[in-house]
Design a protein around this ligand. Structure first.
Ligand code: 0O2
Length: 191
C-alpha cells in the first residue's frame, strides 16, 4: 500500500512536470486533470477470477497491470500522444506495453491511450521497480467512460444492454467531436 502510494506520487509528479514543459512549449494547458488510485482488493480478486487465475497476491502482482493506476485528462486528442512520448523519454520509466484504444477502440466504444509502465521507487534502502497503468484521455472520452463504467454494475439487465448500445453510438460522436476540436484549435491558431 505504501509502495503503491509512492508510485502514484512519482507518476503524478512526472505528469505535473510534463504538463509544465508542454504547456510552455505549446502555449496552452496540456493536461487539465490528473488522478491516481489503488485498485480495491475486491476488484483485484474479481479481475483475477474473471481472467481465470488463482486469487493470490503473487498472481495479482504478475497478472494485473492496473493495481496502481494514474489518469491524465487532456482537452485535445493529439496531446495524449505528446504526453505519452514525453513520459517515454524519462529514463526511469520503462514502457512495458502500449494499448492504443484510440486507434482500436474496445467493443464497448471505449477510447483511451493506456501505457503499462514500470518505475523505480526507493524504499527502505532498496530499489524496487513497480508496475502501473497510465490512462491518457480527452475530457470527452473521460466523460463517456465515467458513464459507461456505471453500466458495469448493471450488466445483465435488459435496460443496461439498450443503454450500452446507445452509449456505443455516442462514442462515435465523442470521436468526431475530439477530431473536430483539434481541427478548430488549429484553425483558430492560424487566424
Ligand atoms: P476499473 O474499475 O476502472 O479499475 P489486460 O491488460 O488485457 O490483461 P485489462 O487490465 O482489463 O486486461 O486491460 P484493459 O482492457 O486495457 O482495461 C484496463 C482498464 O481500462 C479498466 O480497468 C478500465 O478502467 C478501463 N477500461 C477498459 N475497457 C473499458 C470499457 O469498455 N469501459 C470503461 N468505462 N472503461 C474501460 P478495470 O479493472 O476493468 O476497471
Amino acid at each position: 500500500m505504501v509502495k503503491s502510494r509512492c508510485v502514484i506520487s512519482m507518476l503524478l509528479a512526472k505528469l505535473d512536470i510534463i504538463n509544465a514543459e508542454l504547456s510552455m512549449k505549446y502555449d496552452r494547458n496540456i493536461i487539465v486533470q490528473t488522478s491516481g488510485r489503488i485498485k480495491a482488493p475486491e476488484s483485484i480478486r474479481a479481475k483475477l477470477r474473471k481472467k481465470g487465475y488463482e486469487e493470490t497476491y503473487d498472481m495479482a502482482q504478475e497478472k494485473i497491470n492496473d493495481i496502481v493506476g494514474v489518469r491524465a485528462v487532456c482537452s485535445f486528442m493529439d496531446d495524449l500522444y505528446l504526453v505519452a512520448k514525453a513520459l517515454e523519454q524519462h529514463r526511469d520509466v520503462r514502457t512495458v506495453k502500449v494499448k492504443d484504444y484510440l486507434q482500436e477502440p474496445k467493443r464497448s466504444g471505449y477510447r483511451s491511450l493506456h501505457l503499462i509502465v514500470e518505475v523505480p521507487i526507493y524504499f527502505q534502502g532498496e530499489e524496487l521497480w513497480r508496475r502501473a497503468e497510465i490512462q491518457l484521455r480527452t475530457a470527452a472520452m473521460d466523460f463517456w467512460a465515467g458513464l459507461d463504467h456505471q453500466l458495469i454494475y448493471k450488466r445483465g439487465l435488459k435496460e443496461a444492454k439498450l443503454i450500452g448500445q446507445e452509449l456505443y453510438e455516442y462514442a462515435q460522436i465523442v470521436e468526431e467531436l475530439d477530431q473536430k476540436m483539434v481541427e478548430l484549435r488549429d484553425r483558430i491558431a492560424a487566424i
